[in-house]
Design a protein around this ligand. Structure first.
Ligand code: AMP
Ligand code: MG
Length: 333
């Protein structure tokens, strides 16, 4: 089975989207798997309230059954459809950050099947910023569970081509809305109490939320952080700031090596430059594509130059360290 593809050209006006997306939206409603762009990464969507459809997501990705999914809504007015109790904190955060890359964990309504929540009594929800994503969900008329649209353990997809490479033969539809501007996954926050508890860092930073700590990696509160993530076949090495070129040159004496980091004149010509981001936001945008490029080029090693570990930099460096094999303790296979 090859996925059907719809390409939505940049600049398409929002009023034209419902007609363009009618077919995949109806398919979604009947249990199909539809990959779609969000501002963070591409998601692999299924009807969040249909256990058989959600089961297919886990099967297509090879995702461990106890790694819960994020449920996507077209607007905050849908919260009551999937959440048992909307706390005042959740209302405040939703008003401030939605649509946008912030996911809220709340007590789940009874209609949400346990396969969607990885067996938990809570559910993670967000309203994505991409109008294509919101229109697809609104026209389907059902909340959409959507993890990143990659094979489990691999770098998340930030283009439709990445989705095609990993899942093209396993899913029904791919909506191509161009590259994702943010490039890393949403911030996940437990919003059940009086103050937010950060479970996974992202573009909405701890500083933005006025929070000092993140739940420990592997904590039962944050099931996804137990698993290996974002790993290409190439070995990933993290170099300190300013050292990327030198570290890559040294490794390039023995192995084929790529670099993700600022490039200076005089870089060893044996090093393949995969991306030259300047700063944390640019690194977030290009990271997963560059890691995948390393595999396309068959490189042995990819060196990623670190960015300062605060704000968005901390969220990006979390992804980089996981890509390098740190942090995740259980390989997903
Ligand atoms: P992904 O969609 O692959 O980016 O992963 C979803 C992330 O959301 C994982 O890190 C999960 O741990 C987290 N998540 C989803 N549902 C819940 C929940 N009910 N409680 C805590 N974390 C959740
Ligand atoms: Mg993922």
């Amino acid at each position: 089975m090859a996925a059907s593809v719809i390409t939505v050209p940049p600049g398409t006006v929002e009023q034209d989207l419902p007609a363009l997306l009618g077919e995949p939206a109806r398919a979604l409603r009947r249990g199909a798997l539809v990959a779609f762009p969000t501002e963070t990464v591409y998601g692999l969507g299924a009807d969040a309230l249909d256990p058989a459809a959600v089961e297919r997501i886990f099967h297509a990705k090879g995702r461990p059954a106890d790694n819960p999914l994020i449920v996507h809504l077209p607007d905050a007015a849908w919260l009551g459809r999937v959440v048992a109790h909307v706390t005042p904190l959740a209302r405040r955060l939703a008003e401030r950050w939605w649509p946008g890359p912030l996911t809220l964990v709340l007590d789940a309504a009874d209609v949400v099947p346990r396969v969607t929540t990885g067996g938990l009594s809570t559910v993670a929800v967000r309203v994505p910023a991409n109008p294509l994503a919101r229109t697809l969900i609104a026209v389907a008329g059902t909340p959409v569970a959507a993890p990143s649209a990659n094979l489990s353990g691999r770098p998340s997809p930030t283009t439709a081509a990445h989705v095609q490479a990993d899942l093209g033969g396993r899913i029904d539809w791919i909506l191509d809305g161009g590259p994702c501007p943010v490039g890393i996954e949403s911030t996940v926050v437990d919003a059940r109490g009086d103050a937010p508890v950060v479970l996974r860092e992202g573009t909405v930073t701890r500083e933005d939320l006025g929070v000092d700590v993140t739940a420990e990696s592997g904590s039962p509160l944050s099931p996804g952080t137990r698993f290996a993530h974002y790993q290409p076949s190439a070995r990933v090495v993290v170099a300190s700031a300013g050292q990327g070129g030198d570290v890559a040159a040294e490794i390039a004496e023995r192995q084929t090596t790529g670099l993700i980091g600022p490039t200076l004149p005089g870089l060893d010509p044996r090093v393949s430059v995969l991306a030259s981001p300047l700063g944390a936001a640019e690194l977030a945008t290009v990271l997963y594509d560059a890691l995948r490029q390393a595999d396309v080029r068959g490189l042995d090693v990819v060196v990623v130059e670190a960015v300062p570990s605060h704000g968005l930099g901390r969220a990006v460096m979390d992804r980089v360290r996981r890509a390098a094999g740190g942090g995740g303790v259980v390989p997903t296979g």
